[in-house]
Design a protein around this ligand. Sequence first.
Ligand code: ADP
Ligand code: NI
Length: 225
Amino acid sequence: MGNRQVIDSTALLVRKILAGAEAGHDWWHINRVWNNAKLIAGHEDVDLFVVELAALLHDIADAKFHGGDEEVGPRVAGDFLTSVKVDPAVIEHVQNIIRYMSFKASFGNVAFHSKELAVVQDADRLDAIGAIGIARAFSYGGYKNREMYNPEIAPNLNMSKDDYKNSAAPTINHFYEKLLLLKDKMNTQTGKAIAQQRHQFMEQYLEQFYAEWNGVEREQNPERQ
Ligand code: ADP
Ligand code: NI
């Protein structure tokens, strides 16, 4: 199989496996991350084949839906890529990207680095911020039956990996615990520039959210008067 065919069959497999997945981690998340990854990779000197495969396979089996087993994803991805005869070195690289790219993995020492990981991680992080990021956070909070906001529960700004995994806090807290921190964690110049704009959108969103929550009228947008 040529590289293009491998990518097409990987996309088909992922789409099939993620049918019916929760909205924040469904095929459309993968499709957005794939597109973001290709966009960023266009400005970087990277192996596009590895980038595309890792973007497509990065959420193939999320540990939080498999009893915390963080090796399921790399294993499923590896088995599939072996079945379509991808070079073992490429498979190992893709598996390492899947293993090390999640936000959880950024707690503690990260033992693996590559330019391809940097690109795919930025692509995934971009999908957690901005308008889509807001939609995903409330979708996830709803899925977990969380409160949207509770002014009596302050965000926890010093979370360990376990605190982060076990948090049942209101969804608004997640903005302070993760989403607003992402712009400073971007790896690539292209990723940083896109993140900056999405970050500002989230800040405006939060201002509007609190104004509405408190029944306060915000200043009218002069263009609309
Ligand atoms: P990662 O794999 O990078 O640790 P997650 O799988 O935890 O990320 O997050 C996937 C999506 O769900 C993201 O959009 C994230 O912002 C959202 N999410 C994760 N935890 C929460 C939470 N506690 N409240 C709201 N949204 C969340
Ligand atoms: Ni993802």
